[in-house]
Design a protein around this ligand. Structure first.
Ligand code: SPV
Ligand code: MG
Length: 285
């Protein structure tokens, strides 16, 4: 199912960020057909920085909860694979066992730093990173969609470097290319797409160029848009507002109507199913 979404130029697909079971459940409820297990959002929800502070086992645990919470395919942000080819293929195997449908691996060096902060983003050697991709492909074959993510534009290199890398990663067996950009307009990313000519389908993450209408992505025959961190940021803004208010007022009276009623939480997490199961399994026969 993820393969059909991420690997098709015919129709634009959308992956919504999830960082835990609740955010996954809500994304499914909103009608999304696939999820992005975001490194930034998972790290933030655990109180870590997106700098490989969370371990690969913590990532796998979070993914397990995300996968278990919906029927949606999950593309996991695997950062750079947490090391060399051996760490990357181990991560891929464990994510597959946890039920992930795909892994995105970026050509950064361990430990990575989130692409949208800081100036120093050293790139992995092309051949070494291609080895990571080949090792993952040889380990999980067609059971996990493999997205190769290019950080060349993030690192301040030009279009030529990005295109060179994309071809190398396609040769190494990637199923799709994720081209990342932190510009406030889509121009840089669209120039890459024009140059690339869809040798493999293209995935994008329009966090900083959020004003671009998605029609521009359809026109460019981009395969997949990742809304990478918006539930986590929405939760942070809402929690901040509510905590500030409760602290200032020493009361929860005025915020009750501004937060999800408990009935909504019970409904989202299917407490009704538990009640039915209790009747079935707790009653003496
Ligand atoms: C993430 O969601 O963790 C991503 C996208 O990798 S970004 O934060 O833009 O690097
Ligand atoms: Mg990430």
């Amino acid at each position: 199912m993820l393969r059909a979404q991420v690997c098709s130029n015919d129709e634009l697909s959308f992956l919504m960020e999830a960082h835990d079971g609740l955010s996954a459940t809500i994304a499914q409820r909103s009608g999304f057909k696939g999820l992005w297990a975001s490194g930034l959002s998972i790290a933030s929800s655990l109180g870590y920085r997106d700098a490989n502070e969370a371990s690969w086992t913590q990532l796998v645990q979070s993914v397990e909860r995300i996968v278990d919470s919906t029927e949606l395919p999950v593309l996991v942000d695997g950062d750079g694979g947490f090391g060399n080819f051996n760490n990357a293929r181990l991560l891929a195997r464990k994510l597959r066992q946890a039920g992930a449908a795909g892994i995105s691996l970026e050509d950064s060096c361990f430990p990575k730093l989130n692409s949208l902060i800081g100036e120093r983003h050293p790139l992995a050697d092309i051949d070494e990173f291609s080895g990571r991709l080949r090792a993952v492909k040889d380990t999980v074959a067609d059971n996990l969609v493999l997205v190769a993510r290019i950080e060349a534009l993030i690192a301040g290199h030009g279009l030529n470097e990005a295109t060179l890398r994309a071809h190398a990663y396609a040769d190494a067996g990637a199923d799709a290319i994720l081209i990342h950009s932190r510009k406030s307009t889509a121009d840089e990313m669209l120039s890459f797409v024009a140059e690339w000519r869809n040798r493999l389908p293209v995935v994008i993450v329009p966090t900083t160029y959020f004003r671009t209408p998605v029609s521009a992505y359809r026109d460019a025959r981009i395969s997949t848009v990742v809304w990478a961190n918006h539930s986590m940021r929405a939760a942070a803004a809402a929690m901040r507002r509510i905590c500030d208010s409760i602290a200032a007022q020493e009361s929860v009276a005025s915020i009750e109507t501004h937060i999800a009623p408990l009935s909504e939480i019970f409904e989202l997490l299917r407490y009704d199913e538990l009640a039915v199961a209790e009747k079935q399994y707790l009653q003496p026969r």
